[in-house]
Design a protein around this ligand. Structure first.
Ligand code: F6R
Length: 611
């Protein structure tokens, strides 16, 4: 939940501030409670840290360069200790010999702290990080890698760290356990970071650390070690496809709006990879091993937040098109639930980041129970992909806004492709109907573009509802999880209380909230359930509630006093891909009109790497 960046310069001192601050800006989506940097030069290590967003640190540092040979930085999402200057990273040990930044949680920190207190160590902050750095310092006798390794073996929990010693001017050590840490190989510098975007301006050549591994960066090379044994290990350098333009705002004021507008292109690109034309079979070489229908006796879908909503849509799609029974659980629920599993269960784990601790935990449990793991993931080389038997990449490019948009529609697209692949491979659908569905799916990106042309209309709806404090989102069948996703988008960036309900559930309690002016968004794609949604709407209107309808059957609503946003016609099964866009744009403008920080909503962070 924090962003880390370290840099070791190979050709003498450099302005590290100009490397660390933009790099931290790129990973600030991971946490923005406080930020800090430490730079080593001939005079020792200078540290600057501040509570609040990175911009506060930037302002406090002013224009002058901070030159040095080795430096590290951090942007924090608080776990232990409130956001404050004191609790911000980097942290020194009490004798100012070792300094580090940390992402994750040291679960056994209080036991280590007691041990250190008994040895006379003193503490300034409430963080587990300060305990970690002091433990490393107790092992330090001039050999930093060994001290980090000995301490690292004692830490329990999920963590990645970058560590420097005040008397080692050209050395940095990084360790990883269950929280990402990558080495970036630039021309004249080597980097350590929690996300490739931190150093993407300098290099696309990356080495991924695995759990229990340590990287030792010096100005003449990087070496890797196993934390448990201390043995040196070989690691590969991989070149990633992302480029720096994708990680910038590209003329938009916010990443969220940029990412909303990228959807037609990223969905088209993903479709082109797996479905070049409606006349050809879906290409899914990653699934070729699954040759028998029995391999799919049950699909267990796992995810959190928006990814969970993609899983919920996935159940309707896989059961409807591929005729395979599916179970959907929040990953954090699946983690502690002993559900019966077998080798005929395929676990499909959905995650943008591939680093969500809950999802990783649940996948480990299901893998241990014998389930095959297929992940639908956006970040190449992330922890989830390394736990999976196969990964289906969503190819959405970096998603930086905390609120997920393009990752969601790409997750849905991948689920449709998998369902069509299964239906085709095992003859679950009539070939003519399959061809029609493929044509319709290939037509979705252009329809998405058409919706984006109507952005002003949705902005107007956000103005209509700019004063409201609550919102219901109602859908039935495949629209129900879309309603949940619409409500999540609204609440996470505008802080308006919103709930996504199955339309049929209203009368069982939720309708009690409806009073004059209470707003509801009705998702009403053309389907056998359309009239049921009309009935829901009438129940709300008869209690003087306000209604906004997202529909591809606008005529059906013309006689009602409601706001209608029409979306292009499509088969019901694909309507989530189209209805999601107006919901995202509505949430965006609702947040903008309320003056919210759209890309960095309060209390949230993009990658939730702690349980
Ligand atoms: C909401 C959002 C979160 C994530 C959730 C899972 O807009 O972004 O709900 O969807 O934290 O994250 P990933 O997909 O990275 O596992």
């Amino acid at each position: 939940m924090c962003g880390i960046l370290g840099a070791v310069i190979h050709d003498g001192d450099n302005d590290l501030k100009s490397i660390l601050l933009p790099g931290l800006r790129a990973v600030e989506y991971r946490g923005y409670d406080s930020a800090g940097i430490a730079v080593m030069n001939g005079d020792g290590i200078s540290v600057s840290k501040k509570a609040g967003k990175l911009s506060i640190l930037e302002d406090s540092l002013g224009e002058s360069p901070i030159t040095g040979s080795v430096g590290l930085g951090h942007t924090r999402w608080a776990t232990h200790g409130a956001p404050s200057d004191e609790n911000a990273h980097p942290h020194w040990d009490y004798q100012h010999r070792i300094i580090l930044v940390h992402n994750g949680i040291i679960e056994n920190y209080s036991e280590i702290k007691d041990e250190l207190l008994s040895k006379g160590v003193t503490f300034k902050s409430e963080t587990d990080t300060e305990v970690a750095v002091n433990l490393i310092a107790t092992y330090y006798d001039g050999d930093l890698p060994t001290a980090v390794r000995l301490a690292g073996k004692r830490f329990r929990g999920s963590f990645s760290m970058c560590v420097m010693a005040a008397d080692q001017p050209r050395l940095m050590v990084g360790i990883r356990n269950e929280v990402p840490l990558l080495v970036g190989h630039g021309d004249n510098a080597t980097y350590l970071a929690s996300d490739i975007t931190a150093f993407l301006a300098y290099t696309r050549d990356v080495t991924y650390l695995e759990d229990g591994e340590m990287a030792v960066l010096t100005d003449n090379g990087t070496h890797y070690y196993d934390l448990a044994t201390g043995h040196e290990i070989e690691k590969h350098v991989e070149r990633v496809e992302w480029n720096i333009e994708q990680a910038q705002k590209g003329g938009y004021d916010t990443f969220m709006m940029k990412e909303i507008h990228e959807q037609p292109n990223v969905v088209r690109h993903l479709l082109e990879r797996h479905l070049p034309s409606a006349n050809e079979p879906v290409q899914m070489p990653q699934l070729d091993e699954l040759t028998k229908e029995n391999d799919f006796r049950l699909v267990s879908l796992l995810g959190c937040g928006t990814a969970f909503h993609a899983c919920k849509v996935g159940k309707y799609v896989l059961e409807g098109l591929a005729k395979i029974p599916c179970r959907v659980m929040y990953a954090h629920e699946a983690l502690y639930h002993q559900a019966p599993l077998s080798s005929a269960t395929v676990t499909v784990a959905v995650s943008q980041s591939g680093e969500t601790a809950d999802t990783l935990g649940a996948v480990k449990v299901q893998k241990a129970a014998g389930s095959k793991i297929i992940s639908i993931c956006n970040v190449v080389g992330s922890s989830l992909t390394r736990l999976s038997d196969q990964t289906l990449y969503t190819l959405a490019g970096p998603e930086i806004s905390v609120a997920s948009t393009k990752a969601f529609t790409c997750q849905l697209t991948m689920i449709y492709l998998v369902a069509l692949w299964i239906a085709e491979k095992f003859g679950k659908e009539d070939p003519a109907e399959l061809r029609r569905l493929k044509e319709e799916l290939l037509a979705v990106p252009d329809k998405m573009s058409a919706i984006l042309q109507s952005e002003k209309q949705i902005e107007h709806l956000a103005r209509v509802y700019r004063q409201v404090r609550h919102f219901y989102y109602l859908g039935r069948g495949i629209s129900y999880p879309v309603a949940m996703e619409g409500a999540l988008k609204l609440k996470e960036i505008s802080y308006v209380h919103a709930e996504g309900y199955a339309g049929g559930e209203m009368k069982h309690g939720a309708i009690a909230m409806i009073e004059p002016g209470f707003p509801s968004c009705i998702l009403a794609p053309k389907s056998p359930l359309l009239e049921k949604m009309v009935a829901n709407m009438e129940e709300i209107l008869s209690r003087n509630g306000e209604v906004m309808v997202i529909t591809n059957a606008p005529d059906r609503f013309s006689k009602y006093d409601v706001h209608v946003f029409p979306f292009p016609d499509c088969p019901q099964v694909f309507s989530p891909l189209l209805m999601s866009l107006p919901l995202q744009i509505f949430a965006f403008y609702s947040a903008k009109l309320r003056g919210r920080d759209i890309d960095q909503p309060r209390n949230l962070a993009k990658s939730v790497v702690v349980e």
